[in-house]
Design a protein around this ligand. Structure first.
Ligand code: ADP
Length: 276
């Protein structure tokens, strides 16, 4: 009887091992598939601006004695070159995020500084699109992390708010202390609110996927890469936080980053402002 029980236990252990190995293999295959899809997507995305640049350069050479055509094609060449540069930058950001060895030493970061820098970097684009970007930081929330990455995250959200809004509208960036407000327990909440085209709630679960776009043509025309939100999601996760979205077609969108507050002196709740 004891022998039988022992035997059954050995068989059960072996079966469990096979199951674990099978699960490992499935996970590895899935990861491999994700990598292959990513490389295929990147190659496809790179080919579009590279092909356009080659074609525009040829056309430009042929139109050398027509100044109007030269100005027109040179302008389009610039647009494609900037799109390519944006895509390369996004790919670098993503690979930097996925390579934990390259992660910077975390340090205390004031959210007011992050918001001010992100908004300042979008000023030219906002002016060109006739959109007012207003920032307000309530209290002095501080998080522990990489300042550069946090600026990238907020900037990507503001960039999108500008990209998917019409001229004459307003983008608000509001930061405050959320949750319990206790350092180590509370959160710093940064919301980017626009009055833009909005999205159908049905697509919201997909917007953080790499290369997912609700309207690929509008995204490409306005310099989108399809990577911005997946970068934001990675940065939020790397800081122990999350990013969520609320949106309604024709009314606008609100993206909110929630990051754990740095441990240390309690964040005050006096209202203050940052950026413009
Ligand atoms: P993209 O470079 O195309 O903007 P993102 O990853 O940043 O890529 O966003 C994915 C998609 O989500 C966009 O293509 C767009 O369809 C939608 N989206 C993102 N932000 C907004 C917004 N503020 N308003 C409306 N749609 C948005």
């Amino acid at each position: 009887m004891i022998r039988l029980v022992l035997r059954i236990q050995v068989i059960a252990l072996a079966a469990e091992r096979v199951l674990v190995l099978a699960e490992d293999r499935t996970a590895a295959l899935r990861l491999d598939q994700v990598r292959r899809d990513f490389v295929a997507n990147v190659s496809h995305e790179l080919k579009t601006p590279v092909g356009a640049i080659a074609l525009l350069a040829e056309t430009l050479a042929e139109a050398a004695d027509d100044p109007e055509a030269v100005t027109h094609f040179a302008g389009r060449l610039g647009v494609e070159a900037r799109r390519l540069a944006g895509l390369v930058q996004d790919i670098i950001d993503l690979s930097r995020l996925q390579d934990s060895a390259a992660a910077h030493e975390p340090e205390p970061v004031a959210i007011a500084d992050v918001v001010a820098e992100a908004v300042a970097r979008c000023e030219v684009e906002a002016g060109a699109r006739d959109i007012v970007v207003a920032a307000q930081v309530m209290g002095s929330p501080e998080v522990f992390g990489d300042r550069g990455l946090l600026v990238t995250a907020v900037r990507n959200l503001v960039d999108n708010a500008l990209r998917y809004s019409d001229g004459g509208t307003r983008v608000s960036v509001v930061a405050r202390v959320g949750g319990t407000g206790t350092p180590g327990e509370g959160t710093a909440e940064i919301s980017v609110i626009d009055q833009g085209i909005g999205m159908d709630p049905a697509v919201l679960p997909r917007v953080f996927e790499r290369f997912y776009r609700v309207d690929p043509a509008r995204s490409r025309e306005t310099g989108g890469t399809g990577l911005g939100l997946s970068i934001v999601k990675h940065i939020a996760a790397d800081h122990g936080g999350e990013v969520t979205v609320w949106s309604q077609l024709g009314r606008g969108s609100t993206f909110t980053l929630r990051l754990p507050l740095a441990e240390g002196p309690a964040a005050s709740s006096d209202p203050g402002t940052a950026g413009a």
